[in-house]
Design a protein around this ligand. Structure first.
Ligand SMILES: [Zn+2]
Length: 310
């Protein structure tokens, strides 16, 4: 039988009730060796909306699939035209109080590593020491023909130069850096070639829908979870398996799974506590209520940078 080592959890078979109290989270995190798993909900306070919006409704946004991107020149043009506009918001976004609190929990020795499903780079911008970008990051670009990795800022300069009068009126931004854009603007957008091999197959180093997280990266995350004492889920509805599997692994090992998220999650059955609070305020409060450091502080885990499409 699976056991969950928290003081208040009783094995009823039902999901832990949702609460607005951080008491149980404070108790577990105070012992240290916590791995955090973050999702889009952590970045909404930085102005990057999540897929579900405040009401929890799935927005009418179909993310680019790997198949469409690689097989359709029109699909690639549409992606880059829209992403070219969305990128301005992503680079302009700043970490919020939630990201800063995660950095503080890491440097004070409570959180050993952060696995993030976000591709916005805001954990790194906030100075968090050990971050695994589960789905890659938008600030790197890979050429699918020659595998050269390059900087998104450099591509951005070249796309601006190739499209000097491009001023498509962008609609809503999506968390993958995509925006709504009219078809006329898409058709007028000019792509640029790889600087190494001349191919047009440039792709952001992020995992598209229909693509798998590379195995070495998954194994690295499993190791982090195995070495941890608890898993803290921050702002993710856990709808995709790429994140949910770590929740399952932690629960199977009898480790407490603490979820702070606005709305229900697919991991609720595995949770020892589910807290429904805004992330920025909740994490700031959590950091304030913890002792200076855990009895045995953990050093930031060693995280090997791994490219997603590389
Ligand atoms: Zn190339």
């Amino acid at each position: 039988m699976r056991t969950r080592p928290t003081l208040t959890w009783t094995p009823t078979g039902a999901p832990a009730p949702r609460t607005t109290s951080l008491d149980e989270v404070v108790d577990v995190v105070a012992a240290g060796r916590v791995v955090a798993l973050s999702g889009a909900g952590l970045s909404t306070e930085s102005g990057i909306p999540d897929y579900r919006g405040a009401a929890g409704r799935l927005r009418n946004h179909t993310p680019m699939t790997y198949q469409e991107f690689t097989e359709s020149p029109t699909g690639r043009r549409r992606y880059w035209a829209r992403s070219h506009l969305g990128w301005r918001t992503i680079v302009g976004a700043a970490p919020n109080s939630g990201h800063r609190a995660v950095t503080e929990l890491s440097t004070r020795g409570f959180v050993s590593a952060v696995i993030t499903q976000n591709v916005d780079g805001l954990h790194q911008a906030a100075g968090t020491p050990a971050v695994v970008d589960l789905h890659g990051t938008l600030d790197r670009v890979i050429c699918l023909a020659c595998r050269q990795i390059s900087d998104r800022a450099e591509l951005d300069r070249r796309l601006r130069a190739a499209n000097p009068s491009f001023d498509g009126s962008a609609g809503r931004l999506n968390p993958d850096g995509d925006v709504e854009l009219d078809e006329e603007s898409v058709r007028a957008f000019r792509l640029v070639n790889c600087t190494n091999c001349g191919s047009r197959m440039l792709k952001p180093d992020v995992v598209f829908f229909g693509e798998n997280v590379p195995r070495p990266k998954v194994e690295q995350c499993y190791r982090l979870v195995e070495e941890s004492a608890a898993l803290l889920v921050l702002g993710s509805s856990l709808t995709v398996m790429s994140g949910l599997r770590f929740v399952r692994r932690a629960a199977e090992a009898g480790k407490p799974v603490l979820i702070i998220n606005h709305g229900p999650t697919r991991g609720d059955d595995h949770a020892s506590v589910r807290v429904d609070l805004p992330l920025g305020a909740a994490l700031t409060d959590l950091a304030a209520r913890l002792p200076r450091s855990p009895a045995t502080p953990s050093r930031p885990a060693v995280v090997t940078p791994l490219f997603n499409a590389g």
